[in-house]
Design a protein around this ligand. Sequence first.
Ligand SMILES: Nc1ncnc2c1ncn2[C@@H]1O[C@H](COP(=O)(O)OP(=O)(O)OP(=O)(O)O)[C@@H](O)[C@H]1O
Length: 354
Amino acid sequence: MATATGAGVATVGDHAGAGPTGAKRRRVGMEEYEETCCLGEGSYGAVFKARHRATGQVVAIKRVSPVLGGPMAVLREAAFLEACSRDNPFVVGFHGIASHPGTNDICLVMECGGQSLNDILRQLQRGPGDRALALPEATVCSIMWQLLTGVKKMHGRHIIHRDIKPGNIVLSSDHKFVKICDFGLAVHMVAERPPYEGAGTLRYMAPEMVLEKPDYDALVDTWSLGCVMAELISGRRLFEGDNEEDQLCGIFDLLGAPDETTWPWFSSTDFAANVMPGLYLHRHNFLRMQFPETKLSNEGFQVLSGLLTCNPDKRLTAAAALRKPWFKKIFAPETPKKEEVASPVPKRRRTCVA
Ligand SMILES: Nc1ncnc2c1ncn2[C@@H]1O[C@H](COP(=O)(O)OP(=O)(O)OP(=O)(O)O)[C@@H](O)[C@H]1O
């Protein structure tokens, strides 16, 4: 269990070893930081901006009450963040874990990003009849290249994020890059075998996860990236389901209901056998009508439709999406220089462990 020492310095006791990712966790002393403002609130706690007193380095600290999330959940998230952010400029950097003096909240210290894509999209929100782009196609292409590159690396380490959405993507502090955050629902596909439970945010959830397929895989993340891409282009959320059935109807209304040839596994589901016969669902895919050439080039649409494919066996992987001509036609953006990637904690912080 995580405990605070008299000096407010964290010890992480039994859980300080390797997590499901094999990553070792760093411990930091919370008294070294001064919290400045709240960056956002999630279901398990709040994320604060803080400044390292000695170096001035600005960080983000996710504080979770042991009552709400439990120390194991935060330690697990920390292990995934550490594993995924290593050599990955498109994931927020990991600095360490600590317990908060006084409250005993568990703290995850990480690189501080700027606004989330959700904040930016809400600022750009347009009226229902407006057909203009929310963001220029070149900007969407650059953001998607960064996200797919970050996710490809993550998947190469056998980790699925399971909650990719605009609220979990933040700008880097210099506003040049985007970075994925919130690894609270991540899973390691080798260390943790299926069956997997459904996890994440319904409106960005892949149809196989909504249908409770127990052995879903990393393709659930590329579906979510398709939803993010659609939202960046139109400024509006693509699917707005209020419950599982509603969400599936929204997906099939837009992309056409699957059949035996397009998605064989689907016909074995309870939804296909018992729910679908009572609904009117067409088979036609209307995605191009929603994203006509005035909004998105053919090359861009190839990526969007490849990510938003109901059958995961036919969906684009992150690596395959990156090979599409869209990313060659519209420049491949520069990657951050080494010094722009989150710097690790100053070495002396390691000595703060009680
Ligand atoms: N490293 C960071 N830099 C800047 N902002 C961040 C950072 N991490 C998280 N945030 C902001 O704080 C918000 C809440 O954080 P987070 O998503 O990790 O909490 P959560 O409890 O897991 O939330 P949720 O229930 O939405 O999944 C995010 O939506 C994001 O806007």
